[in-house]
Design a binder for this molecule. Structure first.
Ligand code: CDP
Length: 226
């Protein structure tokens, strides 16, 4: 079977990881959550008591951070399971600073590209279609209104037992979008060859079905081309 790479980018809490997980299951692809890697790095900086706005101090930690994504959506940082800890508001509030540091991005992108080499993958993030996998077979840029995204993340957090208010989530989403799209290196923006999908009024299943349709159409096209 042909190896397929799918890139899903878009702003915070657009539902990328929810749909990417479901598509990965359905198609038998490996799901790679690149945001979890930036979150894990942020978690480590906070654990070490390093100021996340101090680029030099954060970058200095690169040699001592080992991040692994394991089956079952488990995220390990130096062997410790941080899957739950990285979703907390202190990490969300600092992750965009960490993600704006070029040296940290370069270190994590090496891992992301290596993971995409072996199997068919669906990778979600901010710069997958533009920088990490510029030759991805399918590129989706998934958006939704800020209000919709804030409600989605609020409900997700409450279901997971992560304390938060809708107001603080909306503020976090707006602030991260601003920092992510204004950084110098590999900012959040749609790849010119991406397909824009506004999911504001779509259910999860509708988004999943739409992306699978796009993937299947691409597979057929590649097969016909030989
Ligand atoms: O799930 P959510 O949309 O809240 O974000 P995430 O995918 O977990 O990513 C968390 C943060 O990591 C983002 O706000 C970005 O600052 C950063 N990130 C990035 O810069 N590049 C990526 N490829 C993925 C995430």
């Amino acid at each position: 079977m042909r190896k397929i790479t799918v890139a899903i980018d878009g702003p915070a809490a657009a539902g990328k990881s929810t749909v990417a997980k479901l598509i990965a299951e359905k198609k038998g692809y490996t799901y790679i959550d690149t945001g979890a890697m930036y979150r894990a790095f942020t978690w480590y900086c906070l654990k070490k008591g390093v100021d996340c706005q101090n680029e030099a101090a954060c970058v200095a930690l690169i040699p001592e951070v080992n991040i692994e994504l394991k089956p079952g959506h488990i995220v390990l940082c130096n062997g410790e399971d941080v899957s739950f800890a990285i979703r907390q508001t202190d990490v969300s509030g600092n992750v965009s600073y960490i993600a704006s540091y070029k040296d940290i991005r370069l270190a994590l992108v090496v891992l992301q590209r290596a993971m995409a080499e072996k199997d068919s993958v669906i990778m979600d993030g901010r710069d997958i279609g533009t920088y990490v996998l510029p030759n991805a077979d399918v590129k989706i840029y998934q958006i939704a209104s800020v209000e919709t995204r804030a409600v989605r993340r609020y409900e997700e957090n409450i279901a997971k037992g992560i304390p938060c208010t809708l107001e603080e989530i909306e503020e976090d989403v707006r602030r991260r979008d601003y920092i992510d799209s204004h950084r110098d290196f590999a900012p959040l923006k749609p790849a010119p060859d991406s397909i824009l999908l506004d999911t504001s009024y779509m259910s999860i299943q509708e988004v999943v079905d739409t992306i699978i349709m796009i993937i299947d159409r691409k597979i057929k096209e590649l097969e016909e081309r030989g």
